[in-house]
Ligand binder design. Structure first.
Ligand code: ZN
Length: 318
């Protein structure tokens, strides 16, 4: 391999402008060494997911002193509008139709306000060999890396990233086949294998989640021989499949999770997960049960629910 000391550049990439005329731009870090693959990494598609940007800041100090065979292109805050509003979604005042940045990839230069912003980022993704999308789930979501079952390169990258839980799905990537506009699927459609890392603890900078992000990206760079180092994934990795039916509330009311349950717990199909109560009459309206046997990877601790709303996600062990 052709390892060479890193050259680091920072550029502002203009994606569009606000109605007032102010520019909307993102900061792009480029770390270039010798010949080798280009790895695209982005964070903060959702404005409250802070452990990705924090991980990229720490990764910067590692990369700046490294010898690379290849390049890393990093966009720490890819959705600055949601970030500045401290909001998961982009405020509807800007784009009521497409407020979720991660449902409109690869964007559209002639589309809605936010589709145009995404289209401005897309050339960086298309030019890469692989892509990593850093997210941060709620405290009630298991830290995991998600990949498409039928993509062996993405699976290898997910393994290398190194979290204990790997979540496979078989989301379609063809437009005719209910394509959702998720970043990872759009990248796959463009021939760029991609993984989604769900670090945990949104709205905060949590040291353990940040370290998982730094180590994860570094491990992927090791796997691709972009850095001359050995990946150190979790000693035991558990493979899950995201194929269980959704666990939804059958009635509207106040949901309480069973006291002894939490993310990472294994449940059997039909196990009671909690109940929905009428907060005024105290009546028990519905019992919520596990839709399949598997691991709870995301769950609402409790709170107001409306009928049909998702309460928990279960992944089956494979
Ligand atoms: Zn997210």
């Amino acid at each position: 391999m052709d390892y060479e000391p890193v050259t680091h550049t920072t550029t502002d990439r203009r994606l569009g402008h606000f109605p007032s005329g102010r520019d909307i731009s993102v900061t792009v870090h480029r770390y270039s060494g010798g010949d080798g693959p280009t790895v695209f990494v982005q964070a903060a598609q959702h404005g409250i997911e802070l452990n990705g940007p924090a991980a990229l800041r720490r990764l910067h100090s590692r990369l700046a002193d490294a010898d690379l065979a290849g390049s890393v292109v990093a966009v720490p805050v890819v959705n600055p509008i949601a970030f500045d509003h401290r909001s998961y979604l982009t405020p509807e005042a800007y784009d009521a139709l497409n407020s979720n940045f991660n449902r409109i990839w690869p964007g559209d230069a002639d589309g809605s306000f936010q589709e145009r912003l995404v289209a401005g980022v897309w050339p960086l993704v298309e030019a890469a060999d692989v892509a990593i999308d850093l997210h941060t789930g709620t405290p009630e979501m298991l830290e995991h890396v998600r990949f498409r079952q039928s993509d062996p390169t993405a699976e290898t990258l997910a393994e290398a990233f190194g979290t204990e839980f790997l979540l496979a799905d078989d989301d379609p990537i063809d437009e005719a086949d209910d394509f959702t506009g998720k970043f990872r699927l759009a990248a796959a459609r463009a021939g760029v294998p991609a993984i989604t890392a769900e670090l945990s603890n949104s709205r905060t900078v949590r040291r353990s989640a940040v370290e998982a992000g730094v180590d994860g990206v570094w491990n992927v760079l090791c796997e691709l021989d972009v850095v001359d180092d050995a990946a150190e994934p979790a000693a035991e990795q558990r493979r899950l499949r995201d194929d269980a039916p959704r666990v939804v509330a059958d009635d509207s009311g106040l949901f309480e999770l069973r006291a002894d349950l939490g993310v990472g717990d294994v449940v059997e199909a039909g196990d009671e997960l909690g109940a929905v109560f009428d907060p005024s009459s105290f009546e028990r309206l519905a019992t919520v049960t596990a839709s399949a046997s598997g691991v709870i990877y995301s769950v609402a601790r409790g709170g107001v629910v409306v009928a049909g709303e998702r309460i928990a996600s279960i992944a089956t062990l494979s």
